[in-house]
Design a protein around this ligand. Structure first.
Ligand code: NPW
Ligand code: ADP
Ligand code: K
Length: 504
């Protein structure tokens, strides 16, 4: 969610369901407290830091709830009294009338001394309402918090982190964990801001879900996957599971196309053929007894054209892996878009070649899927990688809508966008995947699932999840994130598929 989308939810709830702001704040504070109580005990000294907005209001509810439950809590208001108003003021009054005491930060050093005795710091200074650079005294308090060894739990957002994408430098609390209210904000997924959150969990605050405007952005969960992942019907035959073609590879780069192809086979594709230069076939074939080949004319080990492919045999294509930069791209993509039936997935070198050609094929009736990492996406849209990393949601949505394509922007948080601009974020996987070859494996998984699913969008989100979960499982058992290879990932897919629906 963006901050604005969050405020819209809040307003919708208040205007249409009869819930009031103070009720939502009470719900938020109590839900957060339930989560916090799992992490703390009654012997620990807890400090709640309270700011001037509604995030601070949540803080008053949390401090009261924890005190009611017998925890040792000090509530520190880090802004002057006149800053507290509205729902937050109501909850401050309830806090005081419950017989509890508020401490004030006239002198930040007094708070600093107190913090040294704290085991746990609960940060309710700033939430989605942060604007601009941190001002005093919050800037000093943030610095103090980051100097402590105490376990720090931020509420909704680590104070100082912007809610939305597109922001540059900032100072913020570095939380050990964050309890997110109602829905995660964009910054929980960006490289430069997600670090501040630590581990995060979401709490529910009683918003009327049926009434809320749809932000057309969704966190893809295991529960979503378990209801949409294709199930092999008892009476299915190989034709029911897709007849795929993968185009790529070269004499000097045979590995990537082999990995894509093998991953597609391990992901249940019915039939698979590989179009690759003739001289690459002897290197690729040993990994793929189950596949057939379309030998391509070549020059110096690089494919020249794909005119001889028998397109009637296939209902889905993936292109680009290891094809090289030297190919006759105009001819290849012209033929591809004219003849290929069903979804076309473009990855790696294919993305390099397809730049500036997409508008020409924007009216293709069947789906086009692009699977760039941030560097490839930056090249596609003529922006820098830092710009892509700073605003991935907006940039991918704009691109997908403009060209009518699906975009899978890969990374620790993979963002999947449909041609209509709907977005899903998928978080599985780990740094064991940060190696050449993992993307080739993903392309194979995605092609196979796309040909077996009713919805391309579901297939892409599920494919990313299966790919990531495989890495997680392998690094929990036999491998390390250091030692995991893309080829291990391919062989691991089988067990992920076997346990997938059972483990949901
Ligand atoms: N569904 C929901 O939405 C619900 C939301 N809830 C909660 O409300 C939170 C949002 O509350 P919010 O809108 O009051 O904003 P918030 O984050 O408290 O910040 C405003 C305060 O910060 C201050 N301030 C700003 N920038 C600053 C800076 N650079 N440096 C220093 N100070 C700065 C600003 O000061 P001012 O500019 O007014 O002087 C003002 O005092 C949300 O994150 C969630 O926790 C739940 O309670 C219930 C349901
Ligand atoms: N640190 C990480 N955490 C989670 N997933 C990652 C991480 N690094 C890479 N990945 C995943 O690994 C894959 C890498 O793809 P890509 O960059 O195209 O690799 P290559 O083309 O070299 O095979 C993507 O699916 C990406 O989401
Ligand atoms: K906060």
């Amino acid at each position: 969610m963006t901050a604005q989308e969050m405020y819209d939810w809040d307003q919708t709830a208040i205007q249409t369901s009869g819930l009031s702001g103070t009720m939502l704040m009470e719900n938020a504070g109590r839900s957060v407290s339930r989560e916090v109580e799992k992490k703390i005990n009654r012997q620990q000294n807890v400090i709640v830091l309270i700011g001037g907005g509604n995030n601070g209001g949540d803080g008053y509810v949390i401090a009261r709830t924890l005190l009611n439950h017998g925890y040792r809590v000090e509530a520190w208001q880090v802004v002057p009294d006149e800053k507290i108003h509205g729902d937050a003021l109501t909850h401050k009054e309830i806090f005081l009338q419950s017989g509890y005491v508020v401490r004030h930060t006239e002198d930040v050093s007094v708070l600093g001394k107190d913090m040294q005795q704290a085991d746990v710091i609960i940060d309710c200074m700033l939430g989605i309402g942060i604007k601009g650079k941190l001002r005093s005294p919050i800037s000093e308090v943030v610095e103090l918090v980051n100097e402590q060894n105490a376990y720090t739990i931020s509420i909704d957002i680590p104070s100082g982190v912007p809610a939305d994408e597109g922001f540059g430098e900032f100072d913020a609390v570095k939380a050990d964990e964050t309890v997110v209210i109602a829905a995660p904000k964009m910054s929980a997924f960006l490289e430069s801001t997600s670090y501040y959150y630590g581990k995060w969990t979401i709490v529910e605050i009683g918003l009327p879900v049926k009434l809320l405007p749809n932000p057309r952005r969704q966190l893809w969960t295991k529960r979503d996957a378990s209801t949409t992942v294709p199930i092999r019907a008892k009476h299915s035959h190989k034709g029911s599971h897709g007849k795929g073609l993968v185009i790529g590879g070269s004499y000097h780069m045979p590995g990537s196309i082999a990995m894509t192809a093998r991953a597609a086979l391990r992901s249940g594709i019915g039939l698979l053929s590989i179009a690759t230069p003739t001289t690459a076939i002897p290197s690729v074939a040993p990994f793929l007894q189950e596949a057939t080949f379309e030998p391509l004319p070549e020059e110096q080990g690089v494919m020249m054209e794909i005119d001889g492919v028998d397109w009637s045999k296939y209902n889905g294509t993936a292109i680009g892996m290891g094809m090289g930069r030297e190919v006759n791209a105009s001819s290849i993509f012209q033929t591809l878009f004219q003849h290929a039936k069903g979804p076309v997935l473009i990855d790696a070198d294919g993305l390099y070649h397809v730049k500036d050609k997409l508008m020409k094929y924007a009216d293709r009736p069947d789906p086009v899927i692009l699977t760039p990492h941030p560097g490839e996406f930056a090249h596609l849209i003529d922006r820098s990688i830092p710009e892509v990393m700073q605003s991935p949601f907006t940039l991918t949505r704009g691109f997908a809508e403009k060209y009518g394509v699906y975009v899978v922007l890969k990374g620790p948080a993979t963002i999947i966008t449909s041609p209509q601009g709907d977005q899903r974020v998928e978080l599985s996987g780990n740094a064991g995947l940060a190696k050449g070859g993992s993307g080739d494996v993903l392309s194979g998984v995605l092609l196979a699932l796309t040909l077996q699913s009713k919805s391309v969008f579901d297939a892409l989100a599920n494919g990313c999840m299966i790919h990531g979960l495989t890495a997680e499982r392998l690094t929990e058992n036999h491998h390390s994130t250091t030692g995991l290879l893309a080829s291990d990932l391919i062989e691991g897919l089988s067990e992920t598929f076997r346990t997938f629906s059972v483990s949901m």
